[in-house]
Design a protein around this ligand. Structure first.
Ligand SMILES: Cc1cc2nc3c(=O)[nH]c(=O)nc-3n(C[C@H](O)[C@H](O)[C@H](O)COP(=O)(O)O)c2cc1C
Length: 339
């Protein structure tokens, strides 16, 4: 038999790092090892006719991900937009909320599985998504928990009304249902990088006085409604987790201690199978965790600490010692300032 890239029998790394190459269960899914490829926008998209910039995976994207699985990656995250009210005018991103796009998603999942990997969809709505009110018209405001000033985009913010929020829940539900139909293994809410769900959770962005603002329970409400909707529609068929900023590194946001408190609160609901930790809100996230994005402004001491760590450490899931596996989510550190 011809060996594949992913075969590790007889390799020294397998003996040196037995846990890295051991399978792990995340919710209903068993993953063959603990090497994961984090979500990232890949401009291999094609437009969906009649839906403007909304994209779907191009045929090449299936090969792009399948090749990573063939190379030995156990779990791949596919970053994808769920845009409830408007399409993004920036870099295209695929969206699983359109029925016309589903065959292309199924092709991605099939190709990754054929190469022995697992694939999950990271679903997000970025408040910084820019769109126009109409063709050639003025720029519409960003969707936000509160009408605060935006520090990373030159546009105003629209405070979503409580009655708007069911749209947010609906698109996440639709995306999860469609990903299950397409054969994906899991879904990850993007509660990081300044995405809408993170903004609701953050006291810096969320100044609301209704049921979605104030206490931690209120600021978590939208995330929990989304998780419940996802769980309801997938009926245990998808691993469900979130990417989470453990420290916002933002005055008025949460610190690492605050992040731990939030994690304890959300974990206790039993709605999360895993948590993928990240750090800092964009644009600081770019300086710290993705130095090539903005090398000139890179916070070198922190960037050095992140990148000096062995790759295996950055890519390993850590299971919290002493916690019953069925109740506590798996936590894996992707980038952590204190490693
Ligand atoms: C071009 C690009 C696009 C990215 N898109 C996403 C994304 O959609 N979602 C996300 O959670 N992280 C995204 N990231 C961050 C990566 O997941 C990862 O955290 C970051 O690149 C640091 O890991 P690395 O040192 O292995 O590159 C992106 C990074 C890059 C470079």
């Amino acid at each position: 038999m011809t060996p594949t890239h992913a075969q590790t029998e007889g390799q020294p790394g397998r003996t040196l790092y037995p846990h890295v190459f051991a399978p792990i269960s995340l919710g209903p899914v068993e993953i063959r090892n603990r090497i994961y490829m984090p979500p990232h926008g890949v401009p291999l998209e094609v437009g969906v006719p009649g839906y403007g910039p909304n994209g779907m995976p191009a045929a090449e994207l299936a090969y792009y991900y399948a090749e990573r699985a063939a190379g030995g990656v156990g779990l791949i995250f596919h970053s994808m937009l769920v845009a409830p009210f408007a399409a993004w005018l920036g870099t295209p991103s695929s969206s699983p909320i359109l029925p016309q796009a589903l065959p292309s998603y199924a092709r991605v999942a099939e190709a990754v599985h054929a190469s022995g990997g697992a694939i999950m969809g990271q679903i997000w709505y970025h408040p910084g998504l820019t769109h126009l009110w109409e063709q050639g018209g003025p720029q519409a405001p960003q969707l936000s928990p509160s009408a605060t000033q935006s520090f990373n985009m030159p546009s105003t913010r629209y405070a979503l009304r409580a009655e708007d929020l069911h749209h947010i829940v609906d698109v996440h539900r639709d995306a999860a249902r469609n990903l299950l139909v397409c054969g994906y293994d899991g879904v990850e809410l993007h509660v990081s990088h300044g995405m809408l769900l993170e903004a609701f959770l953050s006291p810096y962005f969320n100044r609301r006085t209704d049921d979605y603002g104030g206490s931690l329970a209120n600021r978590s409400r939208l995330i929990l409604e989304v998780l419940e909707a996802v769980k309801e529609v997938t009926q245990g068929g998808l691993a469900t987790g979130m990417r989470f900023t453990i420290d916002q590194m933002l005055p008025g946001g949460w610190s690492e201690e605050g992040g731990q408190e939030i994690l304890h609160y959300l974990s206790r609901t039993g709605l999360l199978d895993f948590i993928d930790l990240d750090i800092a809100v964009e644009p600081e996230q770019h300086h710290l965790a993705i130095p090539p994005f903005s090398r000139a402004g890179c916070t070198m001491p922190n960037a050095w600490r992140v990148h000096a760590k062995p790759a295996a450490m950055c890519r390993c899931w850590r299971h919290r010692a002493g916690s019953p596996q069925s109740q506590k989510p798996r936590i894996f550190w992707h980038v952590a300032s204190r490693m």
